[in-house]
Design a protein around this ligand. Structure first.
Ligand SMILES: Nc1ncnc2c1ncn2[C@@H]1O[C@H](COP(=O)(O)OP(=O)(O)OP(=O)(O)O)[C@@H](O)[C@H]1O
Ligand SMILES: [Mg+2]
Length: 251
C-alpha cells in the first residue's frame, strides 16, 4: 500500500504541493484528475522521488520515511518500490522492446540474464507485444511504445506503478488498447496511481478518484461519488468542460 501524508513541494517561492494526503490500498487503482498546473505530475514525481518533497511522510509497503530527515539510502530504497510510466514512453531508442524491458531487471535488480530475459518476455506477452520483442521504438506505434513502457514498469514488480497521462500522447484509436492493458493490470491486483483525463476508464476501473486543484486534493472518493455527485463547485466546473460529460448526470 501507499500512504503519503502532508506532502509539500515548492519550486523557488512557488508552492506547488500544499500538503497532499493520498493513500492507496494494495491492489487498488487510483485515478488523479485535475486542471493543468494543479500539481498532478509533481505529486507523482514526489511519490517516485524523481523530485524530493520538501516535507511530509511517505509510506510504501513496509517502509515509512519522513522526508524532512530522509537519508539518501532510504530514498533509494523507497524509490525502487515504485515504477513509472511516462506520457512520452521514455524508451531508449537504441534498444529493442525486449532490451528496454530487460534493462532494469539486469541492471537495477541484478537478475541473471536468462531469468531477466524470461520475465521480460512474459511481461511483453502480457501487453500483447511479444511478437514485436525485437523491434526498436522507431518501428512501433505510439500505443505499442506505451505498452512496452507499461511492460517495463510492471517487469520490476514494484509495489506501485505510477502513470502520468499514459494515453494522452496517443492517437484516439490507440487509446482503447492501452486502457485495456491497464484494466488487466488492475484485475491482476497491481497497485496503480494514474493521472488521466479518461473519465470512462476512471468510472469503470478506479477504486478511488482524487481531484486536485491548486496543489491540493479538493475532492476524493469512489468514482460514482466524485464523477457523478461532486460536492465542490471547482470539480463540477472541471467536469462540465470535459468532452465525455455524458457521465456526470445532474451537474
Ligand atoms: N521543475 C519545476 N520548476 C518550477 N516550477 C515547476 C516545475 N515543475 C512544475 N512546476 C510548476 O508547478 C505547477 C504544477 O505543475 P505540474 O506539472 O505538477 O502540473 P500538472 O497538474 O501535471 O499539469 P498538466 O495537466 O498540464 O500536466 C505548475 O505551475 C508548474 O509550472
Ligand atoms: Mg502533468
Amino acid at each position: 500500500m501507499v500512504a503519503a501524508t502532508n506532502i509539500r513541494k515548492s519550486f523557488g517561492d512557488r508552492e506547488v504541493l500544499r500538503g497532499v494526503d493520498i493513500s492507496a490500498e494494495k491492489g487498488s487503482t487510483t485515478v488523479i484528475l485535475g486542471p493543468s498546473g494543479s500539481g498532478k505530475t509533481t505529486l507523482l514525481r514526489c511519490l517516485n522521488l524523481l523530485e524530493r518533497p520538501d516535507g511530509g511522510i511517505l509510506r510504501i509497503g513496509e517502509q515509512t520515511v519522513d522526508m524532512a530527515k530522509a537519508t539518501r539510502r532510504e530514498l533509494l530504497a523507497l524509490r525502487r518500490k515504485t515504477g513509472f510510466v511516462f506520457q512520452q514512453y521514455g524508451l531508449f531508442h537504441n534498444m529493442t522492446a525486449l532490451q528496454n524491458v530487460r534493462l532494469g531487471l539486469t541492471d537495477a535488480q541484478r537478475l541473471p540474464r536468462a531469468e531477466a530475459d524470461a520475465r521480460a518476455r512474459e511481461c511483453l506477452a502480457q501487453v500483447g507485444m511479444l511478437d514485436r520483442a525485437d523491434a526498436y521504438p522507431s518501428e512501433l506505434s505510439g500505443g505499442q511504445k506505451q505498452r512496452v513502457g507499461i511492460a517495463r514498469a510492471a517487469a520490476l514488480r514494484p509495489e506501485v506503478i505510477l502513470m502520468d497521462e499514459p494515453t494522452s500522447a496517443l492517437d484516439p484509436e490507440l487509446v482503447g488498447g492501452v486502457l485495456e492493458i491497464l484494466r488487466g493490470l488492475a484485475q491482476d491486483g497491481v497497485t496503480m496511481i494514474i493521472v488521466t483525463h479518461e473519465l470512462a476508464f476512471a468510472a469503470q476501473a478506479a477504486d478511488q478518484v482524487l481531484f486536485m486543484d491548486g496543489g491540493a486534493v479538493v475532492e476524493q472518493g469512489p468514482p460514482e461519488q466524485v464523477l457523478q455527485n461532486p460536492r465542490g463547485e471547482r470539480m463540477k466546473q472541471f467536469l462540465r468542460r470535459m468532452p465525455e460529460m455524458g457521465f456526470a448526470a445532474g451537474i
